[in-house]
Design a protein around this ligand. Sequence first.
Ligand code: ADP
Ligand code: MG
Length: 874
Amino acid sequence: MADVTPVMQQYLDIKKQHGDAILFFRMGDFYEMFYEDARIASEELGLTLTSRDKSKKDPVPMAGIPYHAANGYLTKLLRAGYKVAVCEQTTLPGKGKGPVQREVMQVVTPGTVMGEESLDARSNNFLVTVSLDGGAAGIAMADISTGEFLAGEIPASRNWLDELERINPSEVILSDKEAPELEREIKSRLDVMVTTRDGWMFDFQYAADRIRDHFGVTSLKGFGIEDSPVAVSAAGGVLAYLTETQKASLDHITAIRRYRPGATMFLDARTRRNLELTATLSEDGTSKGTLFAVIDRTVTPMGARLLKTWISNPLIEPEGIIARHDGVQEFFDYPERIREAAAVLKGVHDVERLIGRVCLDRANPRDLLSLAESLERSWELRETVSQFRSSLVRSCAEEIEDLRDISAIISDALVDNPPAVFTDGGIFRDGYLPELDELRDISRSGRRWIADYQARERQRTGIATLKVGYNNVFGYYIEVSNSNRERVPEDYIRKQTLVNAERFITPALKEYEEKVLGAAERINELERNLFTELRREAASRVREIQAFSHAAAAIDVLHSYATIARERGYTRPEIYDGPVIEIRDGRHPVVETLIPAGKFVANDTVLDGEREQILIITGPNMAGKSTYLRQVGLIVLLAQTGSFVPASSAHIGAVDRIFTRVGASDNLAGGESTFLVEMNETANILNNCTPRSLILFDEVGRGTSTFDGLSIAWAIVEYLHQVQHAAARTLFATHYHELTELETLLPKVKNYNVAVREWNDEIVFLRKIMEGGSDQSLGIQVARLAGLPKKVITRAREILTNLEANEFTVNHEPKIASERPKAPDGTLQLSLFELPEHPVVEELRQIDVENLTPIKALLMLEQLKRKVVKKDSR
Ligand code: ADP
Ligand code: MG
């Protein structure tokens, strides 16, 4: 590279510092990319790959994009998993010696992107750092678009990977010391960009200093993380990375909140997925059909994001839950308050992200006006909720300051439809600043003079088609077509010859041009400075503006809960600290919206730690078992997020965790066998559940042979029943009819089935949960209705009768459990692996046939038969 040009040398120097990003290198009106970056860009963005210095023997590959269209391309690259370093020209061309100065102004990564077009308004965009120390994991997360910043510690007892999945970050930063192993673990669970940075960025002392520095505090106590070195390290890592990528002050990050995973219900990743809270089980990842999509009636983007957060983090202490219910109740009781709140909130734009862009000097004039329009509503929102008695709503109201002054300052300054860029003027109203008005007068009169000049010159020269035009190269000119060449006056100075015309200038024209252009340049500069000042003024109110945004978000969610409750007939659940869950006429919040109105069959649920701890639910395929299980889980979850629930009444002993295990047949995650996955999940449940938990088992043991699966399922129920610290409230849907026998053995197990009836040669699904086990012969009925030969049906009935006869011993005890002595802890042992002989066999063995009279033999035979048949005639 002996003969690189100075510009290319500059490029190479800058590129060296941003090796892991694609470099957008500003050259005039374009961002250029070179070498490998150019190749990637041409591939990902469909750009033409050209080259610089084509004449040389090693031309440099090059691809470019116009600067004004950069955002769209940038978004595409981010989606494809790249980072982009945006390098701008920092001096004007032609001024000073050597090439134009250039500097990377911002590195855009999936976790630090600010542009509206790259963000989903209804989701947070979190950047997360993880820092491990023995068992505990420090996690810090920031959404730079909203200014949220949280840090905390995940104890070893909770899997930090689950927590990470719940946060669903767009980018994870790791220390290079921990990276190789952690990265593999993270990538096995989440599709996310992982970035590594030097270990010193996570060093405790360095991190603590950095945090103190940023917030201008002397102690970390105010943030509640001082006692957790891993949390501090992680938080420091986030700040360091944000500073590195943004190269701007992060003034809108005004506090660290303590992330307290213990205060909310821990939902492992599978449960979140199985309940389809914010994403469906289907691969396409759409939000249609999720709980969020069905209940979301928020009207602001902040509200939507907060609702998502609440759904993903249900509370577990009744107090906080009841406070939310109180808030919802007041909206619910006064529908006019719902309407009022919605009307005000509709005028509130994404204040949280707008103020973020303002603080990072990235807000354009439209953003600022949009912020002003929103802040204009601040007082109205406060007034709207001021008559509430709910303490939660009141505290929201109190957080709202009157921000109409700053709103007025902005809207008095900006024109009604300001431009999206702040460099080209046209931002401020006439009358805003005398100096600006004067300049505009000069510019306007100059332009008017030029417009008049055309008419005057036409008259003077007699050339009717003479035109005054403008271009970037030599400014204003007079154009005369070739046919009128003879009439061009002496004083015209020729500038350019076209095919059909010639272009001229005159001293008078140039004089006014100077006025117009000079004024325009000064106007742009003045407006640019005024705008930057105005933006700073808005930024200085960041705390009040964020407080307003947070209050508006909470009011929005409560209003949304009340709206959906009225729309779909939800009722307020009672939450208390106890073992009972009692739901009357419960419905599945999502399924009921997917089938015709009124067709959903409501069902009751009673669970307690006493008589009905474990419900065994049987019923044929398609009966509605899975729907029922999920409905119970979703009602409990909704209640604990603060929402009303789809039921006529619900009394809920607060749940610490909801576990689900769903026997999906195609659950081939990570190459593990379905059965192994299933057993992993089951082990996780049994090892972590408590009496305050709710377990939803939807089929266990399907992935193995019947005897295997049945034995495991049986033993699981026994375990949950007998082991006190694991006595979770459990719904167990199963196709193992044998499990219903547990009801006779274990006092806290109860059988239910989803009713079906045969009617007019059809199977009718009643969708009703009834007491007792289901009718086993339904499969044969279906076979009959399907037209299987009568002979087959009759024979199947016989075989079924035989099988059923073998389920119980002569003493009416389920054979599965009764033949083995009880273990010391009282659990029953399974006997499937050593099937015992029928007692009659032993009796037969004892008979001395030689010494038996025919009469005696007959009597004996009758006796034996009675023993065997006894159970059949039940
Ligand atoms: P299972 O798990 O017993 O095979 P599902 O729970 O998958 O059955 O239910 C099958 C279908 O029945 C559901 O997709 C739903 O459309 C319908 N369904 C389930 N429960 C109800 C109900 N309570 N009321 C109305 N339709 C229901
Ligand atoms: Mg099912």
